[in-house]
Design a protein around this ligand. Structure first.
Ligand code: ADP
Ligand code: MG
Length: 727
């Protein structure tokens, strides 16, 4: 982001903070920022975190990757007396940071296992002499008491824990060594503690506070809103459909120009989709990238994409770590990502230059099952392990080969075998003879697998956590609410953007959009409608799918409804005015809001949930109002046409219109005055909305979609003044 001298100090006192722009900080912190790092403004959130750290309040900073969390401990480190200890799990990153600090003339060093004992001792001596401002430490160092004692003798100003989610078993990256940090904090009693992470769901945050023994820590969540990304998710009927949509997107849709990354879930699917995209765009435009390729092939692929030779990269999520192409205009997922964190990190690679980018997620119900299968496979089922252990013990001292064990285990013998075997071998209770390939139980091991000391409980928690995250991801794609608001809620960021910055749920030009869902008590009429729909679902008794139940409620005589027992239900035709499609939309909304559920299995069936029952019987009122548009049958024309697809969200404005011209030049000036990209001031859709509304008063202004009180206080009057000349 271009930095320019800041003028925010001119904003009126008490102005609502603008999410994308830091308030001015003409003070010591700001001077130090410029002096030591050469930056002239803080990124979103940095200032708040640093203020709390400096004031000695235990602090947790949750900010996305690239938001600049390191600075939140590096800057205080330079201003405080004493040393800042930074716990970081990645040796390579540690070295990078220390190198760049040293290059700026800052006394920083690290202690980790890449060093000899002598080197480590030398660092500890400098620490004891008070010669270091920052020392980076790998978490396994804390296994050694001598190391903790050495730290206890130093004068610690700040204890910073980076990648703090590693402390939680609910996190995706649990590190047992991190669990020791609580004790360390208690022992060292540092005057300041900061924990940083990019990903922390509520459970993980609670674990961080708990494990570090900081019940009163301030939690800052900042910077998750990406206003220049358009988020869209589409349910597809299968791979053919996904391919057709991908083609439309890349050849005539929002992804037709500029760099694009297409993410697929496995190596095989990367190959498949890379081939498909080559057929769409020609060989030269495409690179494939996945972990199964050799180092050289991967490097070449990366170079061709980074250098701009190839426009599209088709890749697994291994792609992107070192990829920093700023002008990525589109990210497409052709499979459902496993977690919202993963999804958001991947779409976050689009639009780094601040210009608009479009993120399209193509999914199918089967995707969750693939993930469920993989999650099950990577976690040993305790009963499987027990059965395998018994089979191994029966095999005697010569052991048995895996396929023999599978046979011994019966019909389902292969199921989960590899995972169970790996678990036993990792526990040290079994080993595999490299020559005969036979697996053997070690002598003197207990008879019962549960006495082997395997941590089944952690494994099970991890498995449940993964399933839970997958469920959140699944809900995200079906949830009719604004995608951006959902992401912010997931990460726990409490800001209210001035209108949706762009997503398929809020943009009425997108097929399937459900704009206007309101989270307030329904009117009596709406309540009744919901209860009628639920009564129909209850009557169908979980024997039919969503569309058939919708057909029944709408009184359809179509095949699959008219010729079944559904016609004789008392609820047949109860929602006739909505039509089958309108009723289906309503039912989908009830599913999304948890009043109905869809059972898994080959033929997904609709049934009422416990909450739905309560509502149906009038004992509880739902907390939402169905949007009226939702229940209208779509106009005939859009229902029939083949090859329906989302229209790219091009905003039509008349460039010759003096109002549009005035708005554009106002936006450019305001953006350069604030040193931010123009879309931060307002995006093109908001521009079109302002041009249409021609606001003259504060009330007009805040009523424009995309504007609001926050924007009013930062530039409202100036905008009205500029407009007054042309309207
Ligand atoms: P995180 O740990 O949150 O992923 P980093 O601390 O690695 O992010 O910072 C990402 C990049 O942002 C670094 O190159 C850093 O120098 C840069 N950066 C941090 N703060 C600022 C700032 N206030 N202005 C400009 N660049 C910054
Ligand atoms: Mg970091």
């Amino acid at each position: 982001m271009a930095a320019a001298p800041s003028a925010e100090s001119e904003a009126p006192p008490g102005a609502a903070p603008d999410a994308a722009v830091d308030a001015a900080a003409p003070d010591a912190l700001r001077a130090a920022l410029a002096e030591h790092f050469g930056f002239d403004r803080f990124n979103v959130g940095q200032r708040d975190v640093i203020d709390d750290v400096m004031a000695g309040r235990p602090t947790v900073a949750v900010m996305p990757t690239g938001a600049g969390k390191s600075l939140c401990y590096q800057l205080p480190a330079l201003l405080l007396d004493g040393v800042t200890v930074v716990v970081s799990p990645l040796i390579a990153l540690m070295k990078d940071q220390v190198d760049s600090l040293q290059a700026r003339g800052i006394a920083a060093d690290f202690v980790n296992s890449s060093q000899s004992a002598g080197e480590q001792r030398a660092v500890l001596e400098r620490l004891a002499d008070g010669a270091l401002k920052l020392v980076y430490v790998a978490p396994e160092r804390f296994r050694h008491n001598a190391f903790v004692r050495a730290l206890a003798r130093a004068r610690i100003a700040l204890f910073a824990v980076d990648e703090a989610h590693c402390i939680s078993r609910w996190g995706h990256d649990f590190r047992p060594d991190y669990t020791r940090l609580g004790e360390v904090v208690e022992r060292l009693q540092p005057p300041r503690v900061l924990a940083c992470t990019a990903t922390a769901t509520e459970e993980v945050r609670a674990d961080i506070l708990d494990a570090l023994r900081l019940p009163d820590a301030r939690i800052h969540v900042h910077g998750f809103l990406r206003e220049n990304l358009f988020l869209e998710a589409r349910l597809c009927s299968g791979d053919k459909d996904r391919e057709a949509r991908l083609r439309a997107f890349l050849t005539e849709g929002a992804g037709k120009a500029g760099a694009a990354i297409v993410y697929a879930s496995t190596r095989k699917r990367v190959e498949r989709y890379a081939q498909a995209v080559r057929e769409m765009l020609g060989d030269a435009a495409v690179v494939a990238y996945h972990g199964g390729m050799g180092d050289e092939a991967r490097r070449q692929a990366q170079d061709r994409f980074m250098g701009g030779e190839a426009r599209v990269a088709v890749a697994t999520n291994a792609f992107g770590m070192g990829v920093d192409r700023a002008d990525v205009r589109a990210v497409v997922h052709v499979d459902l990502p496993r977690t919202i964190e993963g999804y958001y990190q991947e779409v976050g690679r689009a639009g780094r230059d601040g210009e608009r980018a479009h993120c399209l997620l193509l999914f199918n119900n089967i995707d969750t099952r693939v993930h469920e299968f993989l999650i099950a496979q990577s976690h040993a089922d305790p009963m499987r392990v027990q059965a395998l252990w018994q089979a191994l013990r029966r095999a005697g001292p010569d052991g048995a080969r895996p396929w023999e064990l599978a046979r011994a285990l019966g019909d389902d013998g292969r199921k989960g075998l590899d995972t169970a075997l790996r678990t036993l071998m990792r526990s040290g209770a079994a080993w595999s003879d490299p020559v005969t390939e036979a697996v053997r139980a070690v002598a003197e091991a207990p008879d019962d697998a549960f006495a082997l000391g395997i941590d089944f409980e952690s494994a099970d928690m991890h498995r449940r956590a993964e399933l839970d995250k997958l469920e959140r991801m699944r809900r995200f794609v079906f949830d009719p609410r604004c995608r951006h608001l959902q992401v912010l809620a997931y990460f726990g960021e409490q800001i209210e953007p001035d209108g949706c910055p762009g997503c398929d749920r809020c943009d009425p030009s997108v097929e399937g959009a459900m704009p206007g869902l309101r989270f307030e008590a329904p009117t009596d009429e709406e309540y009744l409608l919901i209860r009628k729909a639920l009564a129909g679902v209850a009557r169908a008794e979980g024997r039919f799918g969503l569309r058939k139940v919708a057909g029944m409620l709408a009184g359809s005589k179509a095949k699959g409804v008219g010729d079944t027992s559904l016609v004789s239900l008392s609820t047949f035709g109860l929602l006739k005015p909505l039509g089958t499609q309108g009723t289906a939309n309503l039912l989908q909304l009830l599913v999304n809001q948890g009043l109905c559920q869809i059972s898994g299995g080959r033929y997904p069936l609709l049934e009422i949930s416990t909450n739905g029952w309560e509502v149906m019987q009038g004992r509880a009122k739902p907390g939402f109002r169905p949007p009226p548009e939702l229940m209208k049958a779509p106009p005939k024309s859009s229902r029939s046409g083949r090859g329906r697809r989302a229209r790219p969200t091009v905003v039509e404005v008349d460039s010759a219109d003096p109002v549009v011209q005035a708005l554009r030049s106002f936006r450019t000036e305001e953006a350069s005055r604030r040193g931010v990209p123009p879309y931060v001031v307002f995006n093109d859709r908001t521009l079109a909305a302002i041009a249409a509304a021609k606001p003259r008063t504060e009330a007009d202004f805040v009523a424009v979609h995309g504007l609001g009180p926050g924007r009013w206080s930062s530039f409202g009057q100036a905008l009205l003044d500029a407009l007054a000349e042309v309207i």
